[in-house]
Design a protein around this ligand. Structure first.
Ligand code: GLN
Length: 303
C-alpha cells in the first residue's frame, strides 16, 4: 500500500469538511487559528514516518494530552486509580457539571475534564510536577526536545476557566483532590497549552501501538495496561461522540479542542490528524473524516 499517496489524498480531500466546523472560541487564544489548516501524520512501529499537509506545524494539543497523562498515572498507580475516577463513557459534554454532582465527585472517566483534573492531581502527588513530568515524556517519545507550552494559550484558558475551576472545587468538597485546587488548575491549563505537530504526536503515541514499550525499548506499561488505555480511548476518547467515532473510524482515539486527534492502530502505528474546525462535541470535523477514510481505504481498524 502506498501510504504516502493515501495521506496526500486525505489532505487534498479535507477542505470541504474543515469548512463545516467551527474553531473553539471559549478559549479566546484558540479562536485565532486558521480553520482551513489540515495535517495528518502516520508513525509506524517499525520506525517509518509519513505525513501530508500541515503535518509539521505545531498546534495546541489540549485534551489529546490526557491520553498521555492517563498512561503516566496508570503506570504509577495501577488499579488504585479507579477509586478516584471511573472508566465508563459519560454521554455528556467534556465540561459537564451536572453528572459530577450526581456521582458524588467521582468523574465518569479520565478524559472528561473532571477526570483529567484527577489525573493531574495524582501525577502531582506522584512526582511533584505533573506538567514537567508529562513534557519530559513527550519530548523523549517524540524525539523533539523543543516540545513546550504556549504561555498565551495557557493564560487565555486560565482567564476563562470558570467551569474547570467549578469542577475542581466540587471534587475538593467531596474529598477527591489531594492537592490545592489552584495548583491542579495551573498544571491543567499549562498541560492543555502544550504545542506539538501531528508528527510529534504520532511518534509520541507509539507506545500505545507497541503494547506499552517506549521509544527507547523500556517498558512504561504492561501489555494489559496498554490494552486498557486503548479501550478507554475507544469508549471515552471523543466524549459524547465516542460511539459515532467507533462506528466511523473503528480505532481508539483521543481528541482535543485544538483540532488534534490521535488514533492508535495496534501493532501497526499511530495516526494523528489536525484541523482546527470542530463539531458540536468538540472533535475536529475534517480530522474525524480523514481517519474514517483512512481506515475505510486500508481496512486497518480494530474491528
Ligand atoms: N483545555 C480544554 C478545556 O478544559 C480542553 C478540552 C478539550 O480539549 N476537549 O476545556
Amino acid at each position: 500500500m502506498d501510504l504516502q499517496a493515501l495521506l496526500d489524498d486525505l489532505a487534498a480531500e479535507a477542505a470541504p469538511f474543515a469548512a463545516q466546523g467551527k474553531v473553539a472560541d471559549y478559549i479566546p487564544a484558540l479562536a485565532a487559528v486558521d480553520p482551513a489548516r489540515f495535517g495528518i501524520a502516520l508513525a509506524t512501529v517499525d520506525g517509518q514516518l509519513f505525513g501530508s499537509g500541515d503535518w509539521r506545524a505545531p498546534f495546541s494539543i489540549q485534551s489529546v494530552s490526557k491520553a498521555f497523562s492517563l498512561a503516566l498515572v496508570l503506570a504509577g498507580d495501577g488499579e488504585t486509580l479507579w477509586k478516584r475516577v471511573g472508566r465508563e463513557p459519560s454521554g455528556n459534554p467534556f465540561n459537564s457539571l451536572v453528572q459530577l454532582e450526581y456521582e458524588k465527585g467521582i468523574p465518569r472517566n479520565p478524559f472528561i475534564n473532571a477526570g483529567a483534573l484527577i489525573l493531574i492531581d495524582r501525577l502531582l502527588s506522584q512526582t511533584g510536577d505533573s506538567l514537567g513530568t508529562l513534557r519530559a515524556f513527550l519530548r523523549a517519545e517524540s524525539g523533539n526536545p523543543a516540545v513546550d507550552l504556549d504561555p498565551e494559550v495557557a493564560a487565555s484558558e486560565a482567564a476563562h476557566g470558570h467551569r474547570n475551576a467549578a469542577l475542581a472545587h466540587f471534587m475538593a468538597s467531596c474529598g477527591n483532590l489531594e492537592n490545592p485546587v489552584e495548583r491542579v488548575l495551573d498544571h491543567y491549563v499549562r498541560q492543555c497549552a502544550l504545542t506539538m505537530s501531528c508528527a510529534d504526536l504520532a511518534k509520541a503515541g507509539l507506545f500505545l501501538a507497541n503494547h506499552g514499550l517506549r521509544a527507547d525499548g523500556s517498558r512504561l506499561l504492561t501489555r494489559s495496561e496498554a490494552k486498557r488505555i486503548n479501550a478507554i480511548m475507544l469508549t471515552c476518547g471523543t466524549y459524547d461522540a465516542a460511539g459515532d467515532f467507533a462506528y466511523r473510524v473503528g480505532l481508539p482515539g483521543k481528541s482535543g479542542v485544538g483540532g488534534g486527534i490521535l488514533a492508535v492502530l495496534p501493532e501497526r502505528g499511530v495516526l494523528c490528524a489536525w484541523s482546527p474546525a470542530l463539531d458540536l462535541h468538540g472533535n475536529s470535523v475534517a480530522g474525524v473524516e480523514a481517519l474514517d477514510r483512512f481506515t475505510t481505504r486500508t481496512g486497518w481498524s480494530v474491528f
